[in-house]
Structure formats: structure tokens, C-alpha cells
Design a protein around this ligand. Structure first.
Ligand code: CTP
Ligand code: MG
Length: 225
């Protein structure tokens, strides 16, 4: 497959993690979440180019991260959206060249991306799906609750927890973004709402999302092996 571009969104403030700097610039084991994710995507043999979204005022530090890593696939580092993640995705996708046939959207908040996950996503697109997302079975029982009262206990067997990166046929993602607002937190949901066929591939338990300090410690432990 040719023309696989990665969009790496790192423009969030990291309010739930707290601290002085945006979450993507918080360090684990001596390097930032952004550096970890970027090095992995840049080293991935199937990724041809990368666009990074940085928080306003953090564009230069983000470029520096890419330079220090020698991440030669980074073509642009743009100012992300201040309103939502979807806005950052939209800004990055606009920077992806027209020739790209696949766009893979990833969060700096999930630093431990692997070639194996990317390979599974791209294999699904080659099968003809419009989009592919990594998913894992949900270990906990899930209940719908209203004003503390349980309304419903869901059947867990049909549910998965979805991760990033998420890969899409570029034309489908662009059309869906053009048709739909900036409210979705999940890129695949935008494509699904626009009629795209999205498939779930096996996720990776190591692909943890850093939301709070506890998650940061968990990712650090995984990195230490
Ligand atoms: N993100 C982004 N632009 C935004 C909001 C989020 O690029 N306007 C990115 C974050 O940098 C992160 C990913 O989207 O890599 C997932 O978002 P989340 O985990 O919510 O990160 P933050 O928004 O930074 O954290 P918080 O919600 O706690 O402020
Ligand atoms: Mg957020």
C-alpha cells in the first residue's frame, strides 16, 4: 500500500493529568509522550509521512522533538484546535497531501503504538474496509446509569473498548470530516455516521491511554519492561 500518512494529535491541554505543560510534553522515563509516539510512527515501515498538531505556542518545541529524534517523515507541525480533538484532526488532515490513500489518526496520549497494530489496521483496509480501529474486550461489567440508578446492564459480549491509531481510506475520512461537525471524540464514529464501513482489529493492551498520573506510571512500568 502506498501513501500512508499518520496524523498525530498532541494539541490537548492535559487538564486531567495536571502539571505545568501540555500532556504531550510530559515526560516518562526521560522523554515526552510526543517523542515516544513520534519515534515509533516515524520508524514504522508502512508510514510515509506524518503531520503533528501541537498546542498553540508549542509548535516550536514540537518541531524540536522531531528534529532531535531525526524523525524525517514529519512534514508539518501545525497549531491544533483549541475547541476539540476533532478540530485538531481536521486541521492535520488538511495538511496531508492529496496523493495519500490512507490516513491513520493517532493520539500522543497513547505513546506505545506498535508496528503490529498498524499492520493489522492496514491489512483490514486492504480487505476493502473504509476504516479500521483496534479494539479490546471489556473486562468490567458495563451499566447504563441515570441519577445513580441503574437503568440497564449491557451485554458485554458484543462490546469492545476502542483505541488509536485508527486508519481510514483517505477519501472517506475527508468526506466524513467535511460533512460532520467537530464534536466526536472518536474518528471512526465520524466515518460511521457518514455511512463508512469500519472494522475492529485486535487491539494491544500495552497501547494504554494516558489520562491521569496513574496511567503515566503504568506506561512507565511497561516501558521499563
Ligand atoms: N487533542 C488535540 N487537540 C485538542 C484536544 C485533544 O490534539 N483540542 C489530543 C490530545 O493531545 C491527546 C488526544 O487528543 O493526544 C486525546 O485527548 P485527551 O486524552 O482528552 O487529551 P487532553 O485533551 O490533552 O487531556 P484533557 O482532556 O485531560 O485536558
Ligand atoms: Mg481532552
Amino acid at each position: 500500500m502506498s501513501g500512508v500518512w499518520a496524523v498525530l494529535v498532541a494539541a490537548g491541554r492535559g487538564e486531567r493529568l495536571g502539571g505545568e505543560r501540555p500532556k504531550a510534553f510530559v515526560e516518562l522515563a526521560g522523554r515526552s509522550l510526543l517523542a515516544e509516539a513520534l519515534e515509533r510512527l516515524d520508524g514504522c515501515p508502512w508510514v510515509d509521512g506524518i503531520v503533528v498538531a501541537a498546542p498553540p505556542g508549542w509548535e516550536e518545541p514540537a518541531i524540536l522533538v522531531a528534529e532531535e529524534l531525526g524523525a524525517g517523515k514529519v512534514s508539518a507541525c501545525v497549531t491544533g484546535g483549541t475547541r476539540s480533538r476533532a478540530e485538531s484532526v481536521r486541521i492535520c488532515v488538511a495538511e496531508v497531501p492529496d496523493g495519500a490513500d490512507t490516513i491513520m489518526v493517532h493520539d500522543a496520549a497513547r505513546p506505545l503504538v506498535t508496528d503490529a497494530v498498524v499492520e493489522r489496521l492496514l491489512a483490514a483496509l486492504r480487505e476493502g474496509w473504509d476504516g479500521a480501529v483496534p479494539g479490546l474486550p471489556i473486562p468490567d461489567t458495563i451499566k447504563r446509569v441515570r441519577d445513580r440508578a441503574v437503568v440497564e446492564t449491557l451485554d458485554r459480549s458484543g462490546l469492545v473498548a476502542v483505541q488509536t491509531p485508527q486508519a481510514f481510506r483517505a477519501v472517506v475520512l475527508r468526506e466524513a470530516l467535511a460533512a460532520i461537525g467537530d464534536d466526536a471524540t472518536d474518528d471512526a464514529a465520524i466515518v460511521e455516521r457518514h455511512g463508512g464501513r469500519v472494522c475492529v482489529v485486535e487491539g494491544d493492551p500495552g497501547l494504554l491511554k494516558v489520562t491521569t498520573a496513574v496511567d503515566l506510571e503504568a506506561v512507565e512500568r511497561l516501558l521499563a519492561g
